[in-house]
Design a binder for this molecule. Sequence first.
Ligand SMILES: *[C@@H]1O[C@H](CO)[C@@H](O)[C@H](O)[C@H]1NC(C)=O
Ligand SMILES: *[C@@H]1O[C@H](CO)[C@@H](O)[C@H](O)[C@H]1NC(C)=O
Ligand SMILES: *[C@@H]1O[C@H](CO)[C@@H](O)[C@H](O)[C@H]1NC(C)=O
Ligand SMILES: *[C@@H]1O[C@H](CO)[C@@H](O)[C@H](O)[C@H]1NC(C)=O
Ligand SMILES: *[C@@H]1O[C@H](CO)[C@@H](O)[C@H](O)[C@H]1NC(C)=O
Ligand SMILES: *[C@@H]1O[C@H](CO)[C@@H](O)[C@H](O)[C@H]1NC(C)=O
Ligand SMILES: *[C@@H]1O[C@H](CO)[C@@H](O)[C@H](O)[C@H]1NC(C)=O
Ligand SMILES: *[C@@H]1O[C@H](CO)[C@@H](O)[C@H](O)[C@H]1NC(C)=O
Ligand SMILES: *[C@@H]1O[C@H](CO)[C@@H](O)[C@H](O)[C@H]1NC(C)=O
Length: 478
Amino acid sequence: MSLFVHLHSLIILSFIFITFFQTKPHSSSSSYIRLPSIQSISKPVHISVTDYGAIGDGIHYDTVSIQSAIDDCSAGGGGRVVFPPGKYLTATVFLKSGVVLEVQNNATVYGGTRLEDYPTEQNRWYVVLAEDVEDVGITGGGEINGQGLEFVVRFDERKNVMVSWNTTGACSGDECRPRLVGFVRSRNVRVWDVHLHEPAYWCLHLVQCDNTYIHDMSIYGDFNTPNNDGIDIDDSNNTVITRCNINTGDDAICPKTYDGPLYNLTATDSWIRTKSSAIKFGSASWFEFKQLRFDNITIVDSHRGLGLQIRDGGNVSDVTFSNINITTRYYDPSWWGRAEPIYVTTCPRDATSKTGLISNLLFVNISATSENGVFLSGSKTGALSNIKFLNVNFDYKRWTSYEDGFVDYRPGCQGLVNHSSAGFMMEHINGLEVKNVNMRWVGDRVKRWNNPLDFRPSSVDNIALINFQSSSYGQQTS
Ligand SMILES: *[C@@H]1O[C@H](CO)[C@@H](O)[C@H](O)[C@H]1NC(C)=O
Ligand SMILES: *[C@@H]1O[C@H](CO)[C@@H](O)[C@H](O)[C@H]1NC(C)=O
Ligand SMILES: *[C@@H]1O[C@H](CO)[C@@H](O)[C@H](O)[C@H]1NC(C)=O
Ligand SMILES: *[C@@H]1O[C@H](CO)[C@@H](O)[C@H](O)[C@H]1NC(C)=O
Ligand SMILES: *[C@@H]1O[C@H](CO)[C@@H](O)[C@H](O)[C@H]1NC(C)=O
Ligand SMILES: *[C@@H]1O[C@H](CO)[C@@H](O)[C@H](O)[C@H]1NC(C)=O
Ligand SMILES: *[C@@H]1O[C@H](CO)[C@@H](O)[C@H](O)[C@H]1NC(C)=O
Ligand SMILES: *[C@@H]1O[C@H](CO)[C@@H](O)[C@H](O)[C@H]1NC(C)=O
Ligand SMILES: *[C@@H]1O[C@H](CO)[C@@H](O)[C@H](O)[C@H]1NC(C)=O
């Protein structure tokens, strides 16, 4: 039976959670996907927010109606809270155990744009927030919209200047805006068949969750807006992301560790476009990241493809990237990223930071067209170890007019450093195997950048190059 058939029958059974099960894979690429546990919601109750007085005109706040519907649904043993077609403006609503929000086609839930629409504590600023709950989800085919453009103070195609609610003292700097959807300390979370649009800040945020399944959904954020990350996964275990479409300004899939480790994250069968990093580890990296798999992902038009920005002492190990196509290009340098298709770095963020170790990475079946090369950089106090590349193709060419010739250590560390481009730029590595690699330089504009391998300084040990090809093409084929 296919995965789709499984899912479909589960949906018909009105989102029944049963214990852990292993589906038969619908394709080879998903053979290691473990679906989250699904446990019974006692009644297939459907409650409409309109029965609780929601107006759905996009002008009046429907917060109280929505919250009452959720509270009653949860108190009655769980079920679905339905949003029929309409525009539902709301302050923060709290999702409760056993409740699935069903935002139907042509229904949009709009987050408020006023500070008073959100709780006092800055870490609870979300349009939809689930805290300490189980068996919850969002689906229905409709949209949740953070009205992110209302938070732009000045539009700038390099990078928008955003509102900051920092005068409240709740937070400082320019990253004081509400997130869109948050699941905090929750278990058995499922988000599918829903569109998350225009977050003012991060879009979908998991914090200390276990058993999360995000699939068949889309995220759209303004391309020039900073910090509108797609999916941020903090300190969470057993997360599956599959068949998602993410098109946004900031990092698309972003595992982080602030207060605890992150284990078992799988992301597959997805499409990503971002002005920042498509996959990014960190930069918050205080604890371990282990057992992460990324498979069958297409990355287009992005500033960085697969990125590890380890800065705070947490270690990364056992990570596989397979069957991934990447196109990376330069954008304004105010965004982290220098068009690297693959970027693996660990360095202490500042003088007080420790160095996290990165080991056991496998890159297999990767194909990239990019304006810069691969950057692999351990640090003096922690070399990268056991890094493997197998069956990889890199086409290097230049098509934007941004300046090249920089190595990007941001955030922290050495910052942006002048250094000529190379196919692979490597430092502080002990154990690298590169097998079946093809590098091609295309066009005239790569003339001062035809150095396939750059070892710097002589801090690279135990490299095996097997079947390595490097060639240059005068004509821009494009
Ligand atoms: C949604 O809106 C479109 C365009 O207005 C309409 O054609 C369609 O029937 C609507 N669908 C539902 C489920 O209301
Ligand atoms: C508040 O945000 C503004 C706008 O981003 C920024 O210029 C300013 O430095 C911030 N102030 C504080 C105290 O963080
Ligand atoms: C994830 O698993 C690790 C190891 O078992 C555990 O220490 C941590 O608390 C788990 N995190 C969550 C959010 O369950
Ligand atoms: C990670 O997944 C494996 C099965 O693949 C499981 O045995 C292990 O308990 C999981 N780790 C955590 C922390 O949940
Ligand atoms: C790869 O993902 C795409 C969706 O992005 C899907 O259509 C395709 O079937 C997947 N390929 C494999 C081999 O699973
Ligand atoms: C990558 O490109 C190759 C060649 O065009 C194609 O066969 C493959 O399906 C693509 N894979 C992904 C994940 O986009
Ligand atoms: C990272 O690994 C090193 C070496 O095993 C260990 O000393 C250190 O405590 C680990 N760091 C964390 C945050 O677990
Ligand atoms: C890599 O690609 C080859 C040829 O397309 C395929 O046989 C192999 O299974 C792929 N490896 C992985 C780990 O997906
Ligand atoms: C870096 O390179 C740019 C342009 O090539 C040059 O203007 C600048 O002076 C260099 N900076 C340093 C610190 O060498």
